[in-house]
Design a protein around this ligand. Sequence first.
Ligand SMILES: C[S@@+](CC[C@H](N)C(=O)[O-])C[C@H]1O[C@@H](n2cnc3c(N)ncnc32)[C@H](O)[C@@H]1O
Ligand code: SF4
Length: 362
Amino acid sequence: MYGVYVHVPWCRIRCPYCAFVVDTRRRPADESWRDRVLLDWERERGHFVGSPTTLSFGGGTPSRADPAVLAAVARVVGATGEVSMEANPEDVRTETLASWRDLGMTRLSLGVQTFGDRLAPQLGRAHSSRQARSALTLVQAAGFESTSVDLIFGLPDQRPEDLAGDLRVVLDHGVPHVSLYGLSIEPGTRYEADKREVIDDDRWRSLHDVAVDMLEAEGLQRYEVSNFARAGHRSVHNEHYWRGRHWAGLGPGAHGWRPCGVRVANAADVEAWLSGQPPDEERASAEALFFELVWSTLRHVEGVDVGLLAVATGISAVVPAEYERAGLVRWRAGMLVLEPAGFVLVDGIAAGIAAASTKNLQ
Ligand SMILES: C[S@@+](CC[C@H](N)C(=O)[O-])C[C@H]1O[C@@H](n2cnc3c(N)ncnc32)[C@H](O)[C@@H]1O
Ligand code: SF4
């Protein structure tokens, strides 16, 4: 069981908070991108057994690519299950939705970030709030098996009622999945150059709590730190990352993890990748693999399978007793799972478990 991630770097503009691998050329180099992605797939497919269960086009902005090149990649990769893509509101029209449906997309994730007219300009998005709302209406009517909306919270003057308003729009449109990311200030972004700071912990916490309470009250389960879904609407592809499964990464800057344990990182410079620069390949040390598996699986509601972790890494998990005492984690049928209070501290908890588990190894 494995997935394929395909990175589509094209964007109209670079948003001031975004550090992803992005290319803002006026005309996307669609055919060169397709040919190069298919070479990445030729290189990777031999490392995996059988067909992938999922295919995910992420970005960048997959909705900016010619649907014909997405279709060509989807045909060759031949995923047996979920085929998903990220779309930006300014690209959503009845015709584009129809072409994405025709090429076999089962799931569409709309990147909105905020519907609020007061806050949207801060995020420097290429779409207006009105455009985002009408795009969402079209997406919901287009007949995908599942849909999702990405929102960001933690903008400097965002009030809990602003975030509640964003969530209300999403819920009123009947969207069954929400990805809700706390704003981070990433190296190399305009936000960093402008010396923006993240909001203080108390304000961050009040925004976070409003959102979690509202989504859960409406029947969307928090199944990963930043992801909420109704039954049957989880992102099957992203669950590969959070359940410690393998995946192939195609496209500039994409990462993959082969079943043999080798990590692959494609060139993040789009021109270098287009002109054939080979990826970095590295077999992670047992300690690095242990940390990554704890970090990625603890964030999922089903938690860490410490038995499988020991088999995969040769390291037995040691969980500092204070985490259980403080109500951050608990044991459930051999799995270590987060308590609600642990979700906001997951990175520190994972680091603490990794440090306690590996400290006597050298
Ligand atoms: C790289 S974007 C690609 C999707 C699409 N191009 C868009 O703009 O919505 C994926 C998601 O990452 C999140 N994201 C990007 N930069 C972020 C940041 N600095 N802090 C929090 N979330 C961020 C946004 O929610 C975004 O929807
Ligand atoms: S947030 Fe999305 S649209 Fe904006 S630069 Fe990043 S990938 Fe492109």
